[in-house]
Unconditional design. Structure first.
Length: 93
């Protein structure tokens, strides 16, 4: 799948996270899920993503998208990393 240059790094990061999640799931008799909807994104993120995907975001908008995206990832991992409402690991039967 072809990616826009501005989204390539983000795509690589997502791929890495998905591979890690798959490894965790296969590591034992457990299933894991991340309920990222429990940690709201900035309301500005959606419109900036749309502009980036459409290829019309300027450099300032791309930087702001990256800043907001990384802030959400930081909040997910550092503020909610131990939150069972966000990250769910269940033993398989």
């Amino acid at each position: 799948m072809k990616r826009r240059p501005a989204l390539r790094q983000l795509s690589r990061e997502h791929h890495g996270a998905l591979v890690l999640a798959l490894r965790i799931t296969r590591a034992g008799d457990a299933t894991a899920a991340a309920r990222v909807d429990r940690v709201p994104a900035s309301p500005e993120l959606g419109p900036l993503l749309q502009r980036g995907l459409a290829g019309i975001a300027d450099a300032c908008e791309r930087r702001e998208f990256g800043r907001l995206w990384q802030d959400r990832v930081r909040r997910l991992l550092l503020e909610h990393g131990e939150d069972p409402a966000v990250f769910v690991v269940r033993e398989s039967r």
